[in-house]
Design a protein around this ligand. Structure first.
Ligand code: ADP
Length: 179
């Protein structure tokens, strides 16, 4: 019997406990899960961490899970899913507002690749409020993100913002967490 492989695609800029929760749940259901880090050259300037940094951090934090692999990918998600011989795309659902976008993406992907199923998991309620953008914003303002991301990600955020501040790089995120 062929193995049941799934791809969990995303930006993971950076990975947080919500993502890790989804991977853990997916790994219980599928024989193999590939965490696929979207490496869009056009978006290279708008992300905080390079693809290599994002892949490296995920490999570190997921290294204890033997059936989970991490890889960068380019182009259409369904093309990558076919290329690696996977049967499903994993997505995580947080709040109702995620649903509309995920629903539309799932239908578009089904049009492109009817043989691939989209499977959504709901994270533990402790992690539902976490998003990479919130993590980036809090960290950029010197806030404590240690309950949202693993220690190596906290360290990477601290180093990244220190480097950006030293180089005078402006960080222009939402202002909701400013006073
Ligand atoms: P994208 O750029 O595709 O939104 P993300 O890295 O933000 O990629 O997220 C990848 C996937 O993880 C998406 O399906 C997203 O809904 C899901 N996800 C993100 N944060 C959480 C969370 N806190 N709980 C559950 N799922 C989440």
């Amino acid at each position: 019997m062929s193995i049941r492989r799934a791809v969990y695609p995303g930006s993971f800029d950076p990975a947080h406990y919500g993502h890790i929760d989804i991977v853990t749940r997916a790994a219980r259901v599928f024989d193999e899960v590939i965490v696929a880090v979207y490496a869009n050259p056009a978006k290279a300037k708008s992300v905080l961490f390079s693809v290599d940094e994002r892949v490296g951090m995920l490999r570190d934090v997921l290294g204890h899970m033997p059936t989970v692999k991490v890889a960068p990918y380019y182009g259409l998600t369904v093309d990558y899913v076919r290329q690696v011989g996977a049967m499903a795309v994993i997505r995580g659902l947080r709040v109702f507002s995620d649903f509309e976008l995920e629903f539309r993406m799932a239908l578009a992907n089904r049009r492109l690749a009817p043989e691939i199923e989209v499977v959504t998991f709901i994270a533990d309620e402790r992690h539902l409020h976490i998003s990479s953008s919130t993590v980036r914003e809090i960290a950029s303002l010197g806030g404590d993100v240690s309950t949202m991301v693993p220690p190596i990600v906290t360290a990477a955020l601290t180093a990244k913002f220190k480097e950006r501040h030293q180089n005078g790089v402006e960080t222009d995120y939402m202002t909701s967490l400013h006073d």
